[in-house]
Write a protein that binds this ligand. Sequence first.
Ligand SMILES: *[C@@H]1O[C@H](CO)[C@@H](O)[C@H](O)[C@H]1NC(C)=O
Ligand SMILES: *[C@@H]1O[C@H](CO)[C@@H](O)[C@H](O)[C@H]1NC(C)=O
Length: 210
Amino acid sequence: MAAGMVFAALAFGAATLVEVNVVKTVVEPAPAEQCLLQVFNLAEGNINVGVAGSDLFQDPIPKLQDPPAYETLPLGAPVKELNIDVTFSESKHTCRHTFEEQKAYSLIIYTDITGINCKLVEDYIKKDESGNPNVRFFNTRTEAINITVGETLFYVPPDHSMSPNKSVTRGNYPSVGCSLLSKTCDNLNLGLLDFGASYTFILMEVKVLL
Ligand SMILES: *[C@@H]1O[C@H](CO)[C@@H](O)[C@H](O)[C@H]1NC(C)=O
Ligand SMILES: *[C@@H]1O[C@H](CO)[C@@H](O)[C@H](O)[C@H]1NC(C)=O
């Protein structure tokens, strides 16, 4: 009995979800010639990140850690392209991204068959006037996923893409609809989406180790 139920759960576990970033406090935008940056590590272990011209991220960044806070990145110009060195296990990769002053960014690090990859997304740090929580999803799968939170549909593009952020009604969401073309997708438990907070959920495939 018990084994059968576990098997069913695994068979239908097409997507699992990890809440990586919750921002509850008001984030003040960076001053002129600076921007805000945080790092999400989706690699299978600690990574080290070095941003050219700064001494940010001295400590290794653990896998799936909710970044403790934004770091202020000096640009020395309104717009600046910077090299970012990422080290994971024995490999090192340099990404290059353009940053604009006063914006806030998340740098998402993941690995695939090509090695280490970086994805820079812009973050929306302005609070919704009504205090409604702000939600977005990042899809690590190779297939698009639709997620329905209350009345709000999120289309989450495939291959390490972030959905647009949307505001949803505050509340508890123990079972939101999830839809994939190729297979069934269990409803997902987002838990409490709280007043004035913003959430980034990572959608990952369940890895079954037998
Ligand atoms: C986030 O959502 C707001 C409100 O819908 C929108 O104005 C803003 O452009 C979005 N920002 C990003 C970075 O997606
Ligand atoms: C997601 O929603 C869009 C728009 O409603 C629809 O065209 C698409 O087929 C849906 N995709 C999946 C995987 O359910």
